[in-house]
Design a protein around this ligand. Structure first.
Ligand code: ADP
Ligand code: MG
Length: 390
């Protein structure tokens, strides 16, 4: 069932398409995503717990037969047009997500006739809710429908990731695309990043909300520090693999194994690895807590996740800590942590419905006094994945 917000979102894009290109053949909703717990575990081949949410990008699309591709970004009010025979990178950053998707379909040997597409939505851009995956997966889903290309959702997620890795040049994992395409209403996805096996976990307490607070800090350090963390994890794995033949990634390491070799590891490398190993355990514990509807335990695990990210993995920042610490003082907040790679982006909090007003008021105060900015708070509901809409 479409909410009023979703209807408004789809209607706005449809109208813009009508203005630029005529009647659309298809309208697709591509959702953004959250990740409840499991940070920096993906590239260590561990577990994550994301979900698609009710912030989305809508794409109105029609196929063409003349090899032309005409795009219009409604939110930025920018357009561009290219030919399938000449898919050079665009000066419009956003267009490269679409061109990357087309390029990957062509690389897979699929034939496309061309396309008109107008898109826009309400996923905050660059805040870690994955507007990029919403866009590329929505577009890939639409082309798959229009040209009957025969991809399933997982194959579309992989294609979206390749588009972002190879064409846009962002070394992202697959979690964002996976969550955007395979989300389900009221469900979290327990995704195993080693083999992409997954299970839906019920998120069944109707009086709980997932609330994001955008720090508005954009991650200047994120790229370089991300690479340093990856190298530190690899260093830990290399040492432990020498001791335990079964160890291929930190996924295969237990806290006890790490402890037993603590003296051989550089102290910083130890702390990085210890965080990852424990975070993996926390995702599994969080799923168990969900199974018994123990949301207090779930919230406590989110808190522990943040504390590890702050103290051991050292990827938080002052602004995120201020938002998390503030949220935790509000009665009815079960847990709060930074979400995403770190050094900015959003925090994610689990808030009882009855506490939402207090949460908004208190957090607005914390934003103004602690961060010197106006609040940017997004309440989210867990929704289904990418789909065509009426
Ligand atoms: P995020 O955390 O939101 O995924 P990214 O930097 O990965 O941040 O992706 C953001 C990019 O995706 C933008 O710079 C833009 O190119 C594109 N994008 C996302 N949403 C929109 C939109 N509504 N309109 C135009 N471009 C968008
Ligand atoms: Mg992104």
């Amino acid at each position: 069932m479409m909410t009023t917000m979703a209807k408004v979102g789809a209607a706005r894009i449809r109208e813009s398409f009508l203005e630029h290109f005529g009647e659309p053949e298809l309208i697709v909703r591509g959702p953004g995503r959250v990740n409840l717990i499991g940070e920096h575990t993906d590239y260590n081949l561990g577990f994550v717990l994301p979900a698609a949410v009710d912030k989305a990008i809508w794409l109105a699309m029609s196929p063409r037969a003349d090899g032309r591709c005409r795009f219009h970004s409604v939110d930025l009010n920018e357009s561009c047009e290219v030919d399938l025979k000449d898919l050079a990178r665009s000066e419009h950053h956003w267009a490269n997500y679409l061109l990357g998707v087309i390029t990957e379909f062509l690389a897979d040997g699929r034939s496309l006739g061309g396309v008109d597409c107008a898109f826009g939505g309400d996923v905050p851009i660059g805040s870690g809710m994955s507007s990029s995956a919403a866009l590329e997966c929505g577009f890939a889903f639409g082309l798959n429908e229009l040209f009957d290309l025969g991809y399933d959702r997982l194959a579309l997620a992989r294609l979206g990731q390749r588009a972002e890795n190879r064409y846009v040049g962002v070394a992202c994992g697959i979690m964002d695309q996976f969550a955007s395409l395979l989300g389900r209403e009221g469900r979290l996805i327990r995704l195993d990043c080693r083999d992409l096996s997954f299970e839906y976990a019920p998120f069944e307490r109707s009086d709980l909300r997932v609330v994001l607070c955008d720090s508005r800090v954009r991650r200047t350090l994120a790229g370089s520090e991300y690479n340093v963390r990856r190298t530190q994890c690899e260093t830990g794995v290399a040492l432990l693999a020498g001791q335990y033949p079964g160890v291929k990634s930190l996924r295969d390491v237990t806290p006890a194994m790490l402890q037993a070799h603590r003296k051989e590891l550089n102290p910083v490398v130890f702390r990085r690895c210890d965080y990852v190993v424990r975070e993996n355990g926390r995702v599994l514990e969080a799923c168990e807590a969900l199974g018994r509807s123990d949301f207090e335990a779930f919230g406590a695990l989110m808190n522990a996740s943040h504390d590890g990210l702050r103290d051991d993995y050292e990827v938080s920042c002052a602004e995120l800590d201020i938002l998390v610490n503030g949220a935790r003082t509000i009665p009815g907040v079960l847990g709060s942590r930074m979400m995403g790679a770190g050094f900015g982006g959003c925090t994610i909090s689990l808030v009882e419905e009855g506490a939402l007003t207090d949460f908004s008021v208190c957090m607005a105060d914390i934003y103004r006094k602690g961060l010197g900015t106006e609040p940017r708070i997004h309440e989210c509901r867990l929704t289904g994945g990418t789909a065509s809409v009426e």
